[in-house]
Design a protein around this ligand. Sequence first.
Ligand SMILES: *[C@@H]1O[C@H](CO)[C@@H](O)[C@H](O)[C@H]1NC(C)=O
Length: 346
Amino acid sequence: MRHQRWGLELSALLALPSLITAVTFDCNHLRVDGQSFDLSALKGPHAVHYIEDTPPSLSNTTFTLDICNPLQRTKDVPKADECPGGTRVCGIETDYNLADGTSSIKKVVPIAGEYTSSNGRSMDPTLERLKNSASHGDSEREGVRVVLNGGNYPFDKSSGTPQKAIIEFVCDPDRTGLEHVEGDSREKVDDAAEGRMKRRADDDKKEDGDKGGDKGDDKDKEEEDDASLKFISYKTEGEADREAGVLRLEWRTKYACEGQTEHEPSKGKSNHWGFFTWFLIILFLGVAAYLIFGSWLNYNRYGARGWDLVPHGDTIRDLPYLMKDWGRSIVGTVQGHGTRGGYSAV
Ligand SMILES: *[C@@H]1O[C@H](CO)[C@@H](O)[C@H](O)[C@H]1NC(C)=O
């Protein structure tokens, strides 16, 4: 009961109870409106495609996202052909010229990510619970809407168009969320060993393999319709200086169902940890304040210098010796016990 009141007061402090901006985005512990969601089962890079017929070419935009970690660079792909470090959601448009069979990368759009160290933009994740939402449509559904920001296109231009991803995780008890969802199995750049990476032959072989798997288009189409992760739209939304490129995705998964993490006692546990941490912090601050104030008093009142400044300075100074003595006496006791039993075998 008490914890709940604390929770209420806290969310009141944060202004909007159902719309909370999380400082960090922990995919395994999204908390909104008193509900916890653990989406860590959906971790790793996942991709959806948006195909546009743009004669004479076919435009194929691949949106890759990883809700738990920044996307990693792909081995043997030039840096300019991928999103910058820190990206969580990336859009890459490839145009296939159907007439001459060539293809080229047209756009690389960093949509969301933590870029505080590169261009100063941050992901600013916003969570909103769908159930009991103010919107009529949403109130029927169960899940959480996540907005991830930070992107900009062109990335380095302050005049670029801001980008964001709106992902609705919708409760579907029959789905894990990985049904027919494309992963990204391409080998990633091992940051630790970036120096010894060039192995073209390997990758060429792999590319051939990928093409071989592209048969059965009808089956692909069916699977795409039934995929748990769905592309809804990507377009410019908002007017004038509030214009932004918005990617909308829908992800049906049982992990967006409420009560999915309720049986875990994590709620109470985290609270107790919270109190314990606070207790330690206050204790530490108290001791620090005592020492500082004591020193100041000793200095001003009694003109103390050096070790005499510190309250109980003698005891503190002797602490190592006391510890050593104590340790020695323990070792002595143990050894005493050992040798009392007679000679040990060598
Ligand atoms: C779009 O690109 C992806 C990855 O490059 C590929 O798997 C998919 O088949 C392409 N779709 C079409 C219709 O070309």
